[in-house]
Design a protein around this ligand. Structure first.
Ligand code: HEM
Length: 446
């Protein structure tokens, strides 16, 4: 044995501090049921600590520096594909979310144009039409649960613009199937029986795929203006296109990623505006002034600095997704601790957004922290990561922001709402962050 090899074997490995919990399940239950678990890990151990989730040794990485390490500077140490739980692969297929390296880069490059620039401008009228239909429905209903309503609204926008579903019956059926699919993603029991969450999710996946396959075949013959039509036609430099299996998986992912998250942010946006009348008044004023310059278009949507600040603050204080998993494919050192290959990492978005050295009074809802004078998040890179960060930042970020701004503009210009009493509005994190009882409101036209 060479000297170098024997010395590396005898060196003690300085693993991060932390508790591996019970045999097999480790600290999985703490993560699922104690909402403050990542906060407690951070308070006790700092930016890096170890635990065990469902038999996998897991490293918590928390704070801007840790986020930059995982999302950017050392991303070659991590795999997305092997990082997400097996149910994601089973239910969402080989889509962008679960790809790495060259395969991921090629597919992201092909998908990108559908989510940016001119393509976005083409989505505005459909987003507005669908939004207006829901606003009329809400005015008639007067009292309702906004989380449930936003879920339908964002699903309708996603299913029409992303995969070209027809309005009405299609959307209702697909939305029901999607609810079953989402329940299966985080199911702990691995049994695929007709009555288990996973069994129902697999059945829903098959029905969704049947629908998506039909739409793809149709779009191949008659392309329209939805994202799927663009993906059907797009070509790589060498002329290669997405195959049918790839298209099916990407379409499924877009539907999943494109509406749960947006529903979560819209619900918190309306709740925080309901709780902070002064913020609401300034946001309304901004919209009323813009309304005098004509109807909503891409240019006008780019001139809403105060609404942008509010959305940033909702992203910070109420991030839809609490964090992200990665598999460690290359051993690495961080803050003097060593992490071996084969472990997994969970980087925290939620706790990173509460760093006291960056955000003053971090529990307070304060959109002014993003004003041009304060710009608290600019003190350190990777401090605001509600859409992830680095080269794999959310591909739908501009689509989601466009949608949320259109909905918010209409709400602020023409409607008012009151948060009803006697409901539990505590944040509940799974699968995306929402007030526990949804958000019951009384809604009227101004
Ligand atoms: C408010 C709305 C949204 C939020 C908060 C959000 C959040 C995120 C986050 C945090 C990530 C990174 C996860 C990680 O690092 O593990 C991500 C990635 C992703 N998101 Fe979103 N998202 C939103 C809307 C959308 C929409 C509308 C779509 C599109 C259809 C979408 C598609 C994706 C995809 C495909 C990825 C993976 C990108 C890649 O790996 O290259 N998201 N999103």
């Amino acid at each position: 044995m060479s000297k170098e090899k024997s010395s590396s074997i005898s060196q003690p490995v300085n693993l991060p501090p932390g508790d591996l919990g019970l045999p097999i399940i480790g600290q999985t239950l703490q993560l699922l049921f104690d909402q403050q678990f990542p906060e407690k890990q951070y308070a006790k151990y700092g930016a890096i600590s170890k635990t065990n989730l469902l038999g996998k040794p897991t490293i918590f990485m928390i704070g801007s520096e840790a986020a930059e390490f995982v999302l950017s500077s050392h991303m070659d140490c991590f795999s997305w594909k092997d990082g997400w739980p097996d149910n994601f692969k089973k239910l969402l297929g080989e889509s962008l979310f679960l790809q790495d390296g060259e395969e991921h880069r090629r597919n992201r490059r092909l998908m990108m144009p559908a989510f940016h620039g001119q393509a976005l401008a083409g989505y505005i009228s459909t987003m507005e039409e669908i939004t207006q239909r829901y606003l009329d429905k809400w005015t008639q209903k007067c009292e309702f649960n906004w989380f449930d309503e936003f879920k339908q609204l964002t699903f309708e926008i996603a299913s029409q613009l992303l995969v070209g579903a027809d309005a009405g019956e299609d959307v209702e059926r697909l939305s029901g199937l999607f609810a079953d699919l989402t329940n299966g993603l985080f199911a702990i029991a691995p049994f695929e029986l007709p009555f288990t969450a996973l069994g129902k999710a697999v059945k829903a996946r098959d029905l969704l795929l049947q629908h998506i396959t039909k739409v793809i075949e149709d779009r191949q013959k008659n392309p329209t203006k939805d994202v799927l039509s663009m993906l059907v036609q797009v070509q790589d430099e060498d002329g290669s296109r997405f195959g049918i299996e790839e298209l099916k998986a990407q379409a499924m992912l877009m539907l999943f990623a494109g509406h749960e998250t947006t529903t979560s942010m819209l619900t918190w946006l309306c709740l925080e505006l309901g709780r902070h009348p002064q913020v609401l008044a300034i946001a309304r004023q901004e919209q009323m002034e813009l309304a005098t310059t004509g109807s909503l278009n891409l240019e006008q949507l780019g001139q809403m600095p105060y609404l942008d600040q509010i959305l940033q603050e909702v992203e910070r204080l109420r991030p839809s997704i609490g964090g992200g998993f990665r598999a460690v494919v290359k051993p690495f050192d961080f803050k003097g601790y060593h992490v071996p290959k084969g472990w997994q990492v969970l980087y925290s978005i939620r706790v990173t957004h509460k760093q006291e050295d960056i955000y003053s009074n971090p529990e307070k809802f304060d959109p002014d922290r993003f004003s041009p004078e304060r710009q608290e998040h600019k003190q350190k890179p990777f401090s605001l990561i509600g859409f992830g960060g680095g080269s794999r930042i959310c591909i739908g970020i501009a689509f989601a922001k466009l949608e949320m701004k259109i909905i918010a503009s209409h709400l602020l210009r023409n409607y008012q709402w009151e948060v009803l009493p006697s409901q539990n509005l505590e944040p509940f994190p799974i699968p995306t962050l929402r007030p526990r009882d949804g958000l019951k409101v009384k809604f009227t036209k101004l």
